[in-house]
Design a protein around this ligand. Structure first.
Ligand code: GLU
Length: 446
């Protein structure tokens, strides 16, 4: 029996979630749920200057809104002792080394390399420092930063769950700095230490992390730990076509403010760039069931807010009353909801119809229709109005006035709803009720 998978979503708490990292969270979550594994939230907050409690709270909130609730949470700022110990081990085994170049010196090195037509890869000069050299530097007050020593003998290879066989030549990379001279940690090593300690079985993230994965796979080896499976999803492009980790203002807060259903966001992002169709779903279950890394394509997928809005609309049209009742204004009951929903782009729009059904409407004056509306008022069927009332009423008016089509229906719709368009009048009329209908017609019949 293999143990269930453990996945993590590891945002830096420096801002709101945006569509790119919502998708990363979702891919992790879907696989964890499908495989009955665990989904953990890891707050990558080693950068204490840029991380904030408010951003961490917003991330939790955004995940809760989406329904991607983690099974547990860890934060890197609680775990510095683990990183200290790991670096000490790497230093002892020769996998990490201190370096003393200043930022200016490193910058100069890179410029010289570029000028000579060479890639700006760190030349490992620090490896040549003797004990005495280092002591001399330290006496002058210089503090080292720490680099991880890449094994550049052969390519790093892994079978990526999305990209397939992937290989990277580490000789094209600089030995990464893992700890700064002020003692602060960069992302690279703490992530591996945590992945080991948290028992992460699958690392799922954006394609922009492919070079990091090559480095981190070597770190797993250097720390004597088995490597997790890796899955790198192609990045999203915006409609303009520009590749980006952060697309515009499409933060979770903006999606929520636009009135989108969380399930629409999930249905869209789960299938975007995959071989499964983007289609309306009523719950997360079909997304969990159909999920497979192999269905995700390697080409960048285009995130189109208009497509998302359209999917949302199709989902709203099928939403059960039980799902939305808490968000509906008073007076929109199950019957009203089922009459209204197919005309709504968002659930929030139902509020605009609450007054039409239960309150007052400000219908534009229709002076030319006064006589017709008087006839209509008199012909209104008796209470209670039902699903056939509209047809009976308008059939009778057709017979008595000779009107048909728009001339028949439009003045009635305007008088009864105050609007030019909307749900079927056959549905609306019984919801408005005879008393209100009669009063609204009478208000316009002279
Ligand atoms: N904090 C990193 C990021 O947001 C995590 C990447 C990872 O999943 O390892 O890019």
């Amino acid at each position: 029996v293999t143990s269930p998978p453990v996945l993590r979503f590891a945002p830096s708490p420096t801002g709101r979630l945006h569509v790119g990292n919502i998708r990363t969270a979702l891919l992790n979550w879907l696989f964890a749920r499908q495989q009955r594994g665990r989904f953990l939230l890891r707050l990558d907050d080693t950068d204490t200057a840029r991380s904030s409690e408010a951003a961490a709270a917003a991330i939790r909130r955004d995940l809760a809104w989406l329904g991607l609730v983690p099974d547990a949470e860890v934060r890197q700022s609680d775990r510095f002792a683990l990183y200290d110990a790991a670096l000490a081990r790497l230093a002892a085994s020769g996998h990490a080394y201190p370096a003393y170049e200043t930022a200016e010196e490193l910058d100069l090195k890179r410029r010289l390399q570029r000028a000579a037509g060479k890639p700006p890869v760190y030349d490992r000069e620090a490896l040549a420092l003797s004990e005495a050299n280092r002591a001399a530097l330290e006496t002058k007050g210089r503090r080292p930063h720490w680099r991880f020593r890449l094994d550049t003998d052969e390519h790093v290879r892994w079978n990526d769950l999305i990209r397939g066989e992937t290989a990277l030549d580490p000789a094209s990379l600089s030995d990464p700095i893992v700890r700064r001279e002020d003692g602060s940690w960069l992302y690279m090593l703490p992530s591996v230490v945590d992945d080991i300690e948290m028992g992460i079985t699958h690392v799922v993230r954006g394609e922009d992390h492919v070079p990091n994965s090559a480095i981190q796979l070597q770190m797993f080896t250097a720390l004597g730990a088995p490597a997790p499976a890796m899955a790198h999803a192609a990045l999203l492009t915006s409609v303009g076509g520009e590749l980006s980790k952060r697309i515009g203002s499409e933060g979770a807060d903006a999606l929520e403010a636009a009135g989108l259903e969380p399930i629409a966001v999930l249905a869209y992002l789960a299938r975007l760039g995959s071989s499964d169709p983007i289609e309306p779903v009523a719950s997360i279950e079909p997304l969990i069931e159909s999920f497979a890394f192999a269905k995700l394509g390697r080409a960048a997928a285009r995130y189109d807010p208009a497509e998302l809005a359209h999917l949302n609309e199709r989902i709203v049209h099928g939403l059960d009353y039980a799902i939305v009742r808490d968000r509906l204004p008073a007076g929109i009951d199950a019957e009203a909801w089922s009459g209204l929903r197919t005309n709504l782009k968002t659930v929030g729009e139902a509020a605009e119809w609450a007054d039409v059904l239960n309150g007052t409407v400000a219908a534009p004056a229709q002076p030319d229709e006064a006589e017709f509306l008087k006839t209509a008022t008199d012909a209104l069927p008796p209470a209670p109005l039902g699903p056939t009332s509209w047809k009976a009423w308008t059939d009778a008016l057709k017979a008595t006035t000779g009107r048909k089509g728009r001339a028949l229906y439009h003045p009635l719709r305007v008088a009864l709803t105050g609007r030019e368009t909307g749900p079927e009048m056959a549905t609306l009329l019984p919801l408005i009720g005879r008393e209100r209908a009669s009063a609204r017609l009478a208000a316009q019949d002279d």
